[in-house]
Design a binder for this molecule. Sequence first.
Ligand SMILES: [Zn+2]
Ligand SMILES: [Zn+2]
Length: 183
Amino acid sequence: MKPIHLIPLANGAGPLEPGLVVLEHLAATLARTFRTPCRIRPETFDVSFALDVGRRQYYSTAILQRLERASDPDARILGVTACDLYVPVLTFVFGEAQLDGNCAVVSTARLQEEFYGMPRREELHRERLVKEAAHELGHTFGLRHCADWRCVMSSSHGVERLDVKGADFCAKCAKAVLSDGYW
Ligand SMILES: [Zn+2]
Ligand SMILES: [Zn+2]
């Protein structure tokens, strides 16, 4: 199985979020889940080109295309950003991935309770990020959405759904990752 590389995505302004502590926790958890090395790339990737000024959001499909061109085909790439992401038909996305491809992207913009007018909850934020990252990476293994609500591949276009599902793959979904050397 290919290693996973996390690439922090920046917008050229302000301090880099989600921050190294959060990224390190994510890398360690993904390495356990996928049983493959996972490291944080030292360079950041500027996603300013994907900004829609009117929406004040970044176009995730455009980011995926650039990431693919810029990345090493021998690693699975996960871009992680604090920038809010969108695709034209939706008001926002937590993330997007290339189905059966090499690249995925996730955003922390809507994973922190602060976004919903609540006090920050760091642990919950990290849990949500882990689930969203595993979900998008699951798509890169060719997995589509799973009907089992506990499975990390079940669809979740809202934090409520993200919070009820688990962080692991169900047996059926694990098999698809398994054929790629999951265990
Ligand atoms: Zn999905
Ligand atoms: Zn499943």
